[in-house]
Design a binder for this molecule. Sequence first.
Ligand code: SSV
Length: 149
Amino acid sequence: MTTTTTTTLTYTYDHLVTLEETNLVGNVYFTNYLRWQGHCRERFLAERAPGVLRALRDELALVTVSCHCDYFSELYAMDRVGIRMSLTASGDHQVGMGFDYYRTNAAVPQLVARGGQTVACMRRTERGLRPVPVPDELLAALAPYRSTV
Ligand code: SSV
């Protein structure tokens, strides 16, 4: 018998929850989980594809066309959360990412939320936004995250 284990490589952004992210009752307000998706992807670009980040100031636009999050357990101020980003899809013009949110200050990391988003690569033109292929530098940065069996 052969057993196959598939492991998905993830890129982790670690965050320390602040009081300003919590609501009156003390738990983290739901929109912050989506903000952290933004922090995670920005950090990835800055570290792994800095030219793409610079190109955003010119003609390149990375448009978020879809974004979601499911919540399993609450987070509180001073909780440590590791946001593990994976590559879930990629097409000619789009990149899909998954985000697993783990509370990491517990003895065993606990999955507290799971989300995802899709980004479309576009170019700003005089006639509006036009789809463009995923930039080569980003494709190269994503290569290690394509699942291997
Ligand atoms: C301001 C703005 O439009 C920023 C967009 C950033 C998009 C970043 C996409 C990064 C994708 C990384 C996927 C990594 C999977 C492991």
